[in-house]
Design a protein around this ligand. Structure first.
Ligand code: PRP
Ligand code: ZN
Length: 322
């Protein structure tokens, strides 16, 4: 009887210690989670559409993993102190200006239209489009003054109003949020002011672009009162973005070059500093490695072949740290 009682007592003591340790661990875990969240940078990204795909590609090329399948409102990266807040594109400028998000990727058109107080950190160079005026294609267009007294449908009233003031045009602006392109066809407006990218929406609605008012691309915008810790994370992210951007449109080229023409070959290769020359078993030949710009690629390859280069191998570059 006594032995059983002692056994229960020891068990109860051990169980209490075990529980205490368990509770302590849970508290510790939550503590670290809160600390981690405090030092996360929050980026607002369009939840669908052209900007979503391009932004996700950029993050993935910068080796910042964000689960694309877990499309909840807020998703944390598994390997970088970044959390992604998925929003409608027209809500992004305000969310960054107010500090709900620290940074955001937004089309320049949307940013200029909203006029919110956030800073432009960098131009991202993707999702390029333009904001243009378009009219039914059979109409004889006589210049901006044609719009005098007409009705224009748009989702960008502020940009359009500014353009009209500059040009001295007196037209009626009709604000609609979607399917602007069908307005002239259903008699809602005489012309439209909308995004043009490939131009296929205009063509399929029998419209013709007559004035390009503004060029636009994706911008990385930031909250003006960001603290030093968040700035440090932003710097790390920008460093990676730059490495990805610098590698874009560049190719790594290796070739066998006859030593007799080596100087000529080197003279056409731009290289980061100078091309790498590696000796080969055959004394008359060497291997030359260099980085070429995509724009001048075929021109340079042509010259190299004329100069006797052989076995030219071309590989893409993932990242370039200059
Ligand atoms: C824009 C715009 C046109 C289309 C133009 O819409 O309003 O509908 O793109 O592109 P295209 O010249 O390549 O045909 P978006 O796809 O951004 O969707 P939204 O109208 O819902 O904003
Ligand atoms: Zn549209």
């Amino acid at each position: 009887m006594l032995v059983t009682f002692k056994f229960i007592l020891i068990w109860a003591q051990n169980y209490t210690i075990y529980c205490t340790i368990e509770i302590f661990c849970v508290i510790l875990q939550h503590f670290f989670k809160i600390i981690r969240l405090l030092y996360m940078l929050r980026i607002a990204v369009q939840s669908k559409g052209r900007l979503f795909d391009d932004t996700m590609n950029l993050l993935s090329e910068a080796d910042i993993k964000v689960s694309a399948t877990k499309r909840t409102l807020l998703v944390q990266s598994s390997n970088f102190p970044l959390e992604v807040l998925y929003l409608r594109d027209d809500d992004i400028p305000q969310s960054v200006a107010s500090g709900v998000a620290d940074i955001g990727v937004v089309g320049e058109n949307e940013f200029v239209e909203r006029g919110e107080d956030a800073e432009v950190i960098s131009r991202l160079g993707f999702s390029k489009c333009r904001l243009s005026l378009a009219i039914p294609k059979e109409i004889n267009y006589t210049g901006p003054k044609w719009f005098d007294g007409k009705k224009i449908a748009t989702s960008y009233p502020n940009i359009l109003r500014r353009f009209m003031q500059e040009q001295g045009i007196n037209a009626e602006i009709h604000v609609i949020t979607g399917s602007v392109e069908i307005s002239p066809g259903i008699g809602l407006a005489d012309g439209i002011f909308d995004i043009v990218s490939s131009g296929s929406t205009l063509v399929s609605n029998n419209l013709r672009e007559v004035e390009v008012v503004m060029q636009s691309e994706a911008l990385l915008i930031g909250h003006k009162g960001m603290d030093a810790e968040k700035h440090a994370i932003l710097e790390q992210m920008l460093f990676r973005f730059k490495a990805v951007k610098d590698a874009e449109d560049k190719k790594y080229v290796r070739m066998n070059a006859p030593k007799a023409h080596l100087n000529e070959i080197i003279s056409v290769l731009p290289g980061l500093k100078s091309p790498t020359i590696i000796p080969l078993a055959d004394d008359d030949w060497c291997s030359v490695h260099a980085v070429l710009d995509q724009k001048r690629f075929w021109e340079i390859i042509g010259k190299l072949k004329e100069m006797g280069a052989q076995g030219i191998l071309v590989t893409p570059i993932e990242k370039m740290i200059l």
